[in-house]
Ligand binder design. Structure first.
Ligand code: WQD
Length: 335
């Protein structure tokens, strides 16, 4: 049975991916520094699958600790989620973001090089495209100068992986996520934003739960059907399954290049007001919101062209926006 290292495996997308890896018959070892999650998530994963993943609390910025892990653990592949990911915060703390998001990546790749470990899946982002000129966004869309430090760490991360992959023969895939939302059907794992949520859906569910007074809709003067910005909201379980598909592509040596990247979304764009309406339907709760000015750095619209991912990964989304919003609401009710 192959053993896969999942860094950031107790986080939102990481934990859902660990569940799907175990469901697919992989052994999992998690590294997490618990800076943005809690150990409870490890118990929840175990409750869902009946299998407790190995876990190590390691700060991947400490090179010796990374080396020590690999001295004591054999793995057949790595899925790397661990990173800081708050766009706004990244503008206030650029050096923390470059240190955490890039030094950890380099240390992992150095271990893969030195120990002949293959199969690397990287958590990337559609933010590498900025505001694409054409919609839906294909993998041929040009990578543009990142609007945020966070987005830049993803762009630089992909370049580091491509160079390491070419020089050392490490087979790697970057998955460029659109907007992950929702929770596992067991409602035992979901999105745990610490502090005031930056992302739309946790703010919506916390507003509906009375934790926040009202949702601020950041702008209704965009050139879209209803003036609010459009995104591609993908159920986190569908996103998790895309990682399994990508890993199996590498393990089965079906990859066409040593470094590949795929857009992982639903292919459908939804505006903020459309999401609010869908949430009200899914939760049966009217949502308190007001329109305010645009948020700095936001783009008008982003949604994926999923043709390549569907074909090359033999994967497609199965869950609807309504299902994702209903699961997000059920998860909120459990908090
Ligand atoms: C979505 C829409 C906001 C909050 C995120 C991640 C980024 C990448 C893509 C992974 C926008 C609007 C939001 C609020 C609002 N993911 N909004 N009121 O900005 O698309 O980017 O997903 O790598 O890292 O940050 O997601 O959820 O912040 O915003 O009106 O209180 O909701 O303006 O149009 P975004 P988001």
């Amino acid at each position: 049975m192959k053993r896969i290292l999942v860094t950031g495996g107790l986080g939102f997308i990481g934990s859902h991916t660990v569940v799907e890896l175990q469901n697919a018959g992989f052994n999992v070892v998690i590294i997490d520094d618990l800076s943005n999650t809690t150990l409870k998530v490890l118990d929840s994963i175990t409750e869902i699958t009946g299998k407790k993943p190995d876990f190590y609390k390691i700060d991947l910025r400490v090179k010796d600790d990374v080396k020590n892990f690999f001295e004591n653990n054999k793995v057949d592949g790595i899925i790397h989620f661990a990173a800081f990911k708050a766009v706004g915060e990244s503008m206030q703390k650029p050096l923390d973001y470059y240190e955490n998001n890039l030094s950890a990546l380099v240390y992992l790749l150095q271990e893969m090089r030195d120990r002949n470990i293959d199969n690397f899946i990287f958590s990337s982002s559609c933010t590498v495209y900025g505001q694409a000129d054409e919609l839906p966004i294909t993998e041929k869309a040009p990578v543009k100068k990142a609007e945020s430090v966070y987005g830049n760490t993803k762009q630089i991360g992909e370049e580091i992986i491509e160079d390491a992959s070419k020089a050392h023969g490490i087979n790697a895939i970057a998955l460029r996520y659109f907007n992950p939302i929702g929770a596992h059907e067991s409602i035992k794992i979901g999105e745990l934003p610490l502090g005031v949520p930056q992302n739309l859906i946790p703010f919506v569910t916390q507003t509906a739960a009375g934790i926040r007074k009202e949702l601020s809709v950041f702008g209704d003067d965009y050139p879209t059907s209803d003036g609010t910005a459009v995104r591609d909201y993908i159920h986190v379980v569908d996103l998790a399954k895309a990682h399994i598909a990508a890993l199996q592509r590498l393990i089965n040596k079906n990859n066409k290049e040593s470094f590949e990247f795929f857009n992982v979304g639903t292919g459908t764009g939804s505006s903020v007001l459309q999401v609010i309406k869908a949430f009200e339907k899914a939760s049966g709760k009217p949502l308190n919101y007001k329109i305010v000015g645009r948020r700095k750095g936001d783009i008008t619209a982003a949604y994926a062209d999923t043709t390549i991912a569907n074909k090359e990964l033999n994967w497609k989304t199965e869950k609807s926006l309504d299902e994702a919003l209903a699961s997000a609401w059920q998860w909120q009710l459990k908090q």
